[in-house]
Design a protein around this ligand. Structure first.
Ligand SMILES: *Cc1c(COP(=O)(O)O)cnc(C)c1O
Length: 253
C-alpha cells in the first residue's frame, strides 16, 4: 500500500505533465523571441514576454510562476479577479489587464492590476484614476496604475482603441491623472490586414507620443501569430497566449 491513492497519483502525474509541457513551450517561445530580436538587429532581452493566461486555470499561472515568470496577462475582469485572489500571496506578481474593460469594472481592476493595456477613452481613464487613487489611499496598491493607450489601427469601434486623431489628447489626460502613469501604447492589428503595415503605423504613433511623453516607452504589440513582425517594429512586450498555453478551450463567454 502506498500513502497516495490511485486518484491522487493520477492528479500528480497530470500536473507533472502540464509542467513539462509549459516548460517546453516556454523555452521554445523565449528562443523564438530571441531569434526575432536578432533578426531585427535588436538586443535579445529588449522584448519581454507577457504570458496570456485567460481561459486557463490559476494552477497554470502557479506553474509558470514556478518557472520564473512574474508577469501575466488577463482579459476578463471576473476571471482575472478570481485568479488574483487565488494567487495573490505570491510576491512580485504583476497582473496586466489586456482586454476591453467596462468603466464599472475599473474600480476592481485598479486594485490588482499593475498595468492596464486597453485604455481607449478619457472616461475609462478617469474611472481607473479614481479607482487607483482609492486603492493607494487604502494601501491596496503602492504605485500609480500604469496605463497603456490602446490605439485603433482600423477605426473599428467594435475592437476597441482610440482613434489616431484623439491619441494626443488622451495621452495628456492620462499623464495629468494623479493615480495613473502613462506607460506607452498597445495595439491589436486589424483582423484581415497584413500585420507589417499595422505595426509600422503603430511605431510611427509611438515615436510621436514619445516626443511629448518621453517616459512612455512601452510598446505592447505582437501575439502568437505575429510577434516577429511586431518585434521588427519596436515592440517591447509581446502578449502570447496560444503559443504558450495551447489552444484556448471553447466557451460561451
Ligand atoms: C488573447 C489575447 C492575446 C493572446 O493571443 P494569442 O493569439 O493567443 O497569442 C493577446 N492580446 C490580447 C488583447 C488578447 O485578448
Amino acid at each position: 500500500m502506498t500513502w497516495r491513492g490511485e486518484a491522487t497519483e493520477t492528479v500528480v502525474a497530470q500536473a507533472d505533465a502540464r509542467t513539462a509541457a509549459l516548460a517546453d513551450r516556454l523555452d521554445g517561445l523565449l528562443a523564438r523571441i530571441d531569434a526575432a530580436c536578432r533578426a531585427a538587429g535588436r538586443e535579445p532581452g529588449s522584448v519581454r514576454l507577457l504570458p496570456v493566461t485567460k481561459f486557463f486555470p490559476a494552477a497554470d499561472v502557479a506553474i509558470l510562476y514556478g518557472l520564473g515568470r512574474r508577469e501575466f496577462g488577463e482579459s476578463r475582469e471576473q476571471e482575472a479577479t478570481a485568479k488574483v485572489a487565488e494567487l495573490g500571496d505570491r510576491p512580485d506578481i504583476r497582473w496586466h489587464m489586456i482586454g476591453r474593460l467596462q468603466r464599472n469594472k475599473a474600480k476592481v481592476v485598479a486594485r490588482w492590476a499593475h498595468t492596464v493595456h486597453s485604455v481607449d477613452s478619457e472616461r475609462l481613464a478617469t474611472a481607473l484614476d479614481r479607482g487607483a487613487v482609492a486603492a493607494l489611499e487604502a494601501g491596496e496598491r503602492t504605485e500609480p496604475l500604469r496605463v497603456l493607450l490602446q490605439v485603433s489601427l482600423d477605426e473599428d469601434p467594435e475592437r476597441g482603441g482610440v482613434a489616431e486623431d484623439d491619441l494626443d489628447r488622451l495621452a495628456d489626460h492620462v499623464a495629468a491623472a494623479e493615480g495613473l502613469q502613462l506607460g506607452g501604447l498597445m495595439a491589436i492589428p486589424p483582423l484581415d490586414a497584413e500585420p507589417h503595415s499595422a505595426f509600422a503605423r503603430l511605431a510611427t504613433l509611438h515615436t510621436r507620443l514619445l516626443a511629448g511623453h518621453p517616459a512612455a516607452t512601452e510598446l505592447s504589440a505582437g501575439m502568437s501569430g505575429d510577434l516577429e513582425s511586431a518585434i521588427e517594429h519596436g515592440s517591447t512586450v509581446v502578449r502570447v497566449g496560444t503559443a504558450l498555453m495551447g489552444t484556448r478551450p471553447i466557451t460561451s463567454g
